[in-house]
Design a protein around this ligand. Structure first.
Ligand code: SIN
Length: 326
């Protein structure tokens, strides 16, 4: 039988509230061993080692906690006894953590991130079944070298592309236009596709221990938005991700500010407030080609990549190559 490390960080899967109710609860309250005890079947699938690294609502996640998580997992995977990793996490910022780990974990062992939409004390909580299937996936030989995967509602997603698309239903995730990597039926794993983007053991960002990350902000464009926000952000950030309209677009006022601030060394990435599609370079909205296209990354994922890119290089072309590769 395989040995799977469960790394607990908190979230609704460890949330508690009024017995039986699904709302008005606090995330990250219950210890992961209590959740595991509620799933006796898990012990028929794998030997479990638990690591309660933190116990927080995922809205308390931040770059310093990501670094702690990545460095801890990179240490744990060095243990030959560990065959795979499952991370329990709040669903609200899971998309950011999963992409950060996709870029920074140096392992070919399966890494699965999961959580829940209903707290552990709810009637028909979804967490225990998600956790059970996450362990089954992490113990699956075919899951090796697939990078970080998300597991929700019997569906396998790529850590790069997973996004929360519903703030209410238990089937709360998708991975944009890319469908999913596969499905699960109880403990059975069925893969149908894979991510072709660079991840985990192939990633240039997973080779060295991280200590800190540069500051990168996100600026949301809307009709009539003042460009003052860009000047304010530029005072204490090295990079800014624009959440533009359509193909990452913005007004002439924002274009003027972006051009001025780019010349002062601020690195801009253009993402889109539209959740599906791809942002390409654009000669009309960015005639000087100062902005780097986020491609299919959401703004919050583009921020993760820009922070890591800026910790390696300031070179515009190199950062653009990074955005095309990851
Ligand atoms: C959180 O993200 O920690 C709270 C919400 C959730 O887990 O669904």
């Amino acid at each position: 039988m395989k040995t799977i490390a469960i790394i607990a960080t908190g979230g609704t899967i460890a949330g508690t509230g009024q017995e039986g109710k699904a709302v008005a609860y606090h995330a990250g309250e219950m210890n992961i061993d209590e959740v595991i005890q509620s799933i006796p079947m898990i012990n028929q699938v794998a030997h479990i080692k638990e690591y309660q690294i933190m116990n927080v609502d995922s809205n308390e996640m931040n770059p310093s906690k990501w670094i702690t998580l990545a460095n801890t997992i990179n240490d744990i995977v060095k243990d030959d006894e560990i065959d795979g990793i499952v991370i329990t996490h709040g669903t609200d910022t899971l998309d950011e953590t999963s992409y950060f780990l996709t870029l920074t974990l140096n392992t070919s062992k399966p890494i699965v991130i999961t959580g829940a939409m209903r707290p552990a004390t709810a009637t028909s909580a979804d967490g225990p079944y998600n956790l059970y299937q996450a362990v089954c996936l992490a113990a699956c030989e075919e899951a090796r070298e697939q990078g970080v995967m998300g597991l929700f509602s019997s569906t396998i997603y790529s850590g790069r592309d997973i996004q929360k698309v519903n703030n209410y239903k238990i089937d709360a995730f998708d991975q944009k236009d890319f469908g999913c990597l596969g499905y699960m039926q109880d403990d059975e794993v069925y893969f149908f596709s894979r991510s072709f983007k660079i991840h985990t053991f192939q990633s240039g960002f997973s080779q060295n221990k991280l200590e800190s990350l540069p500051e990168v902000a996100i600026a949301y464009f809307y009709a009539g938005a003042s460009s003052q926000i860009l000047y304010d952000m530029a005072m204490n950030h090295q990079g800014i991700v624009i959440v533009g309209s359509g193909n990452g677009n913005y007004s002439q006022e924002w274009l003027k500010a972006i051009n001025e601030l780019s010349l002062k060394g601020i690195v801009f990435v253009r993402a889109s407030r539209v959740s599906h599609g791809i942002v390409f370079d654009d000669e009309i909205f960015d005639p000087q080609q100062y902005c780097i296209a986020a491609n299919t990354l959401s703004a919050q994922k583009a921020r993760v990549l820009l922070m890591l890119a800026l910790s390696h290089t300031q070179d515009h072309q190199e950062i653009e190559n990074i955005f095309n590769a990851y």
